[in-house]
Design a protein around this ligand. Structure first.
Ligand code: FAD
Ligand code: UDP
Length: 396
């Protein structure tokens, strides 16, 4: 494959110097055009004037956050609903260079016992589910305490929920959903997984309580286009790292794909969980009351249905929704947090530390169940280390 022919130049200009940069090679080759790779490409190009080539084996930029207009003209997320939320002002400030925002607070209902009730479980959930009339935080806290089954050593995703709210609510909201999502019982998963979902005694029905909750006003892909629109950055899509690694001269490699794949699975495969997305276009204005409805019951094979217009605010006579079907096969979407996997990852991490010229970053590169803002934070932190090393070298 010719590098020159397949390079996409989002800058619009700069094509004239392409053969020169090809001849000279690149300072950085970055594998993966998702958050990790795009943030680093932007910083290295704009902050340190490095020449960067970004490759991605998919036909688009944005990684799992990629969005596009489907045939109906509705803006949808190819890899399931992505809601931006963070407590870090500096991450918002950084991304704000590339996008305006639309305020959006995500709300989720769970289909339980024939009705749709708020998840995270809150006072409204308890009142609706059990026909109660809990009026205050204290009453709700007392009620939950009366159902909780204390667990001495909280290790697993079952322990943490049963300890907090008891077995019955655990079974209604968490057990089936988790078994479907991960193909494992919650007792086999690290507590960090279900700990992502709090329990509330008030009536706050937002999925997240972060200080910043907002969506890129014109979508994620538009934001990535701006991030990568620097004359020092070239992007090659439909290109696997393996295809070009011997062809493209580069001083440094930043790898945002699966770390075990990079090392040819030397110590065995790191387990990842996948999903199949079923996207549907409906000839109606609205499908459901909120952005996402969760289906914890094992009677249906999917975990949740999301309707994008709630997230994007798009006004359109039609609507589009996505069903998520968990799967063992397919693209690696979720690292699976459990002790044996963390051990295996550590071996790869050690190997990475001993391998000069390559740095691993991102959800797949560091095998971490990270949200988008955490990946941006990780990439910015890596950039800072690179910048400091450069300045140190200059000073020395
Ligand atoms: P990715 O986005 O996975 O990018 C890695 C890229 O590397 C991919 O495009 C891949 O094609 C490419 N690649 C890998 N190997 C190679 C190779 N050998 N050669 C070339 N290219 C390669 N986070 C939130 O904050 N809020 C949410 O609401 C949210 N919802 C999510 C819903 C789902 C269903 C999923 C799966 C994730 C969700 N996330 C959410 C997490 C979010 O997707 C990630 O935090 C973020 O996208 C990770 O960015 P990344 O750059 O590390 O990885
Ligand atoms: N979870 C659950 N029931 C729910 C929502 C979440 O059991 O209604 C558990 C499940 O194990 C899930 C985890 O909590 O994988 C984290 O949920 P989150 O919504 O954060 O998952 P993501 O958006 O990352 O897929």
């Amino acid at each position: 494959m010719s590098l020159r022919d397949s390079t996409t130049d989002f800058a619009g200009g700069g094509a004239g110097d392409r053969p020169a940069s090809t001849r000279r090679g690149f300072d950085y080759l970055i594998v993966g055009a998702g958050f990790a790779g795009s943030v680093l490409a932007e910083r290295l190009a704009a902050g340190l004037n490095k020449r960067v080539l970004v490759v991605d084996r998919r036909p688009h930029i944005g990684g799992n956050a990629y969005d596009y207009h489907d045939e109906s003209g509705v803006l949808i997320h190819r890899y399931g609903p992505h809601i931006f939320h963070t407590n870090a002002q500096r991450i918002v400030d950084y991304l704000s260079r590339f996008t305006e925002w639309r305020p959006y607070e995500h709300r989720v209902l769970a289909q339980v016992d024939g009705q749709q009730v708020p998840i995270p479980i809150n006072r409204t959930t308890l009142n609706r589910l059990y026909g109660l009339n809990l009026q205050t935080d204290e009453e709700a806290a007392e009620y939950l305490a009366s159902r909780a089954e204390p667990v001495a050593h909280i290790r697993t995703s079952e322990d943490v929920v049963v300890n907090g709210i008891g077995r019955e609510l655990y079974q209604k909201f968490f057990r089936g959903y988790t078994r479907k999502q991960w193909g494992l019982d919650p007792s086999q998963l690290d507590k960090s997984v279900t700990s992502r979902i709090p329990t509330r005694t008030n009536t706050d029905d937002r999925y997240f309580t972060d200080a910043f909750q907002q969506m890129p006003k014109h979508g994620y892909t538009k934001m990535f286009e701006k991030m990568l629109a620097h004359p020092n950055i070239k992007v090659m899509l439909n290109t696997d790292y393996r295809e070009i690694r011997d062809e493209v001269q580069h001083d440094q490699l930043i790898f945002c794909g699966p770390i075990d794949e990079y090392f040819d699975y030397r110590f065995g495969k790191l387990p990842y969980r996948s999903l199949k997305f079923e996207h549907k276009q409906l000839d109606q204005e609205q499908f459901q009351a909120v952005g996402t409805v969760n289906y914890p019951s094992e009677d249906v094979p999917y975990t949740r249905i999301s309707e994008y217009k709630h997230l994007t605010g798009q006004v359109h006579p039609k609507t589009s929704i996505t069903y998520e079907y968990p799967s063992a096969e397919g693209d690696p979407y979720y690292p699976i947090p459990r002790p044996e996997n963390a051990e295996l990852y550590k071996r790869y991490q050690q190997l990475a530390d001993e391998t000069p010229g390559v740095t691993f970053v991102g959800r797949l590169g560091t095998y971490k169940y990270y949200n988008m803002d955490q990946v941006v934070g990780q990439a910015l932190a890596l950039y800072k280390r690179i910048e400091e090393a450069e300045h140190g070298a200059e000073a020395g």
